[in-house]
Design a protein around this ligand. Sequence first.
Ligand code: HT7
Ligand code: ZN
Length: 873
Amino acid sequence: SETIRLADYRPTPYAITEVRLDFRLDLDGTRVVAETLFRRRDGIAAGTPLVLDGDELDLAEIRLDGAPLPPDAWTATPQRLEVRTPPADDFHLTVTTWLDPERNTKLMGLYRTSGNWCTQCEAEGFRRITYFLDRPDVLAVYTTRIEAPRAAAPYLLSNGNRIDAGDVPGTDRHFAVWHDPFPKPAYLFAMVAGTFERIADRFVTASGREVALEIYVEPGRGARTAHAMDSLKRSMRWDETEYGREYDLDVFMIVAVDDFNMGAMENKGLNVFNEKYVLADSETATDADYAHVEGVIAHEYFHNWTGNRITCRDWFQLCLKEGLTVFRDQDFSGDQRSRPVKRIADVRLLKSHQFPEDAGPLAHPVRPSTYREINNFYTATVYEKGAEVVRMLKTLIGADGFRAGMDLYFARHDGSAATIEDFLACFADATGRDLERFKLWYTQSGTPDVMVSTHWDASAGRLRLTFDQTALPTPGQPVKAPMVVPIRFGLVGPSGDDLAWERVSGAEVAGDVIVLDGAHHEVVFEGVTARPVPSLLRGFSAPVRLTLGSDTADLLHLMSHDRDPFNRWQAGQALAMRALISGTQAARTGQTVEIDPALASAFAAVAADESLDTAFRALAITLPNDADVAREIGTDVDPDAIATAIEQLRARVATAGRATFRRIHAEMASSGPYRADAEAAGRRALRNAVLDHLVRAGDGDLAAQRYRQADNMTDRLAALTAAVTVGLPSAEDLLADFYQRFAGDPLVIDKWLMVQATAPRAETLDRVRALTAHPAFAATNPNRVRALITTFATGNQTQFNRADGAGFAFVADQVLMLDRINPQVAARLLSAFRSWRALEPRRRAYAEAELKRIVAAPDLSRDVADIAGRSLE
Ligand code: HT7
Ligand code: ZN
């Protein structure tokens, strides 16, 4: 299929200034009349053909300036409409299309979900509604009329402000008209109609304007929206205080739906959400779910400025809105709870999702330069690495420079479609810093490796740090240039305090940041009064792989003393990782390795350190998982050997810490009724982290007991997961109880599916296969597919990567089946194969055979063909 290239970007010959849409919804189909006002752009020859995008469209009628067009003046296929010689500079095209939302299982364009009508237009879904210039640099003002049977759709919603509504005389139908005064690209259009429970609130902006806030959910679920509404109000206030940005319409609406391809969608004034990111109460949502709801609500709200008012010139610039908005939502969430805990969670996500992507066949720059299917570029690289790049920019220019650059960005580009060059120019102009080399972060793929060696000269009080930066080739980029890498650091002294120095030379050092911008640097600190342990990359200040030859004693020192909590956590993980890598090597040859008792007891010590935040202690005693170890090993990976090494280390840590863990388990028990706040959530996190260790150390009964006593989902699910993962005798009873309690609540049943899909046991594949026929599962619902099948493929290292290839064969079958229903969901599932080349030869051969089987299958979607093809390149 056709490759789209950034270098080929050209503006459209015609602009669209206004769109009038008329949706006539009926139970057996929908008629859409789209009246679009085109204007020929300056410098374009009169009569230049007008070519519009379509996708599976059924055209009923076409008129130009109100009159039917002669048959020889236009051609149309379901994918394209061409008007040969448009007659004037300005003209109206009126196009009528017929849609069948009921049969739209791709969930792009207009579709039905739980009896309601709903649209999803990003990235290229609007062309499934009508023929259009469906690209983000075509901004227009929309007026939308919706008409539907009142009984089927009491609520009729679209972008902007509602300007009219009423009954259609003599019928059982009603209508509403919405007008959005802000010019927007088609991907931000939305229309929703149906039966909902509506929860209303209000927000008064900093300048005193009142905004109506409305959340629409399935009837009966309204009580579960309190946290979402509260998160929305906090997000609105935060954007005012941190960025000086107010909301701009009279109403902000969120609609929660059950069938949804992604997390949520930032349509102007009418966000549509996967209900997973709206609904939360203590009985059905974990503390992690609460945090996700808050983060996604904030993310979509923040898009109103970073994405909607300033949008992307083309889809290559996707990170312009996504990376920046993820950066903003991460910062917001850091402000709401513990900043270090949030940072650790974000870095874990980056390392588990983005690093493998950047190290495999699907690697691409934060701003790609080619694509075949844009839906395949909503990736961890664009989102998570894109956020890291904005974070580094802020680190380099400081908080004030960053805010000045953002202010300039809003001032220059409000109401238009921008590029990464436009964005960077604002920071360069606001601060005077040259960002030319920094821009490589947007254009060069792959994770840089930074090797550090340390030389301490006690007599001279001099520390020399040598940095070498390299990067492996990635698809299409055989040779890499050195990047700008900000390394936040401290020199940790014997007492644990940071040591001062008198002079430093060899690289730019601004405050506590060393800025590398070449392949090799020697940074020399002079006037250091005691032997320092360098703490480098504090707060994970750059998305690089840092290799530091520190010895175990230095890492133990950082683990217990570093004043940077991120690096305290990191030191513990690095120590555990070393033990796991040697344990894996030993397991492959049938040996066991001795685990340093100091390491095993260091985890109990950090668990017991009351000077630390409870949520942080929970993270600090959570050992790296098998995907972490596989990523670190990188080649010739044997997941079974890794699992053996992890079991051994866990057993040692659990045994060494048993007494401490039991004490903490008792101390962290809650005394009063359930509370959702950060402090209570931190106690639950720590208690459940020690529970996991205790269950592995033989206290299996504790899991069943905790499950039965639980008064909230966090505790209940932690106990169930421990029981199922370890394979306790009680596991089956607990699973049955869980199903009984929550049958009829699909979001909770997703957890039940996930727990089973992740069990690291040989029977799991058969169980997952059987669950695909369970009444609670539906291949048409992306949440169900992700809970069962994607979780199996991405969250169960030993069983997806089974040595007999059966895990790969199952997932490949599912990909082919799902491709007929929903190509986006199928393609995402297929990307679980992205690290196949890192496997040991036997597994690698099985994975390759399955990828080849997929590539050879007839009638593949562009989505799946693209991922499978690139995976094999
Ligand atoms: N901007 C949105 C990305 C998106 C999407 C959402 C729902 C369904 C299909 C979609 N394709 C792309 C979500 C966000 O990043 O905010
Ligand atoms: Zn987004």
